[in-house]
Design a protein around this ligand. Sequence first.
Ligand SMILES: [Zn+2]
Ligand SMILES: [Zn+2]
Length: 137
Amino acid sequence: MAGKTSEVEALLERYPDKRLPYGAAAEVAREVGVSRQLVFTVANRLGYERESRAPVRKCRQCNRSTRVQTGICARCSPRKPQYIEVKCAGCDVMVRRLKSALNSQRASRGYTGKIFHSRECAAAYYKGVPLAERSAN
Ligand SMILES: [Zn+2]
Ligand SMILES: [Zn+2]
């Protein structure tokens, strides 16, 4: 491992102002074939500063500095659950579903690929279709 460490040290000399830009550690890690953690450890020992994860921006709403790349700072955009809209399989109603719920639904075995806006709509759609065939497609 000692050899790798000195390789890391050598590559770190690319950054003579002792600042590791965003992504640099990952790059060095890849080139040397070590973990990023080791690069950080070596960099720390040599007194390098780690540059923030992402460039700073100004929030479009409050003008505060933010690293959130959407341009809206965390304060202005509290973490919201992500919804996506899908069309009900039985009619044209748009159904708003939690994206994560939909994803886990997709991963489950009984997933039919159909989303209904209501139980009634599903019942109407499946009327006459035997249970066994419901998850066939
Ligand atoms: Zn803001
Ligand atoms: Zn419907």
